[in-house]
Unconditional design. Sequence first.
Length: 73
Amino acid sequence: MHDAVHRPFEDIPHALLRKRVRDIASGTEGELMAVVLQDVSDTPAREHVVELAYVRGPSGREISTAVANIEAI
């Protein structure tokens, strides 16, 4: 996780952007389109930010998954 000040849905760099990847949680394969810091807090008083990866599969649909679930193929 990044310690820098961030904004909701902020794009962050990733070595696998625009490369073929697999989501190990679902088995989905495709191109890594974006990695973002996303605030998934349930209340404004308690911030909870996660790194999400967006993978576009062969159908053109994108899925989101935890960045830790992404591996190069």
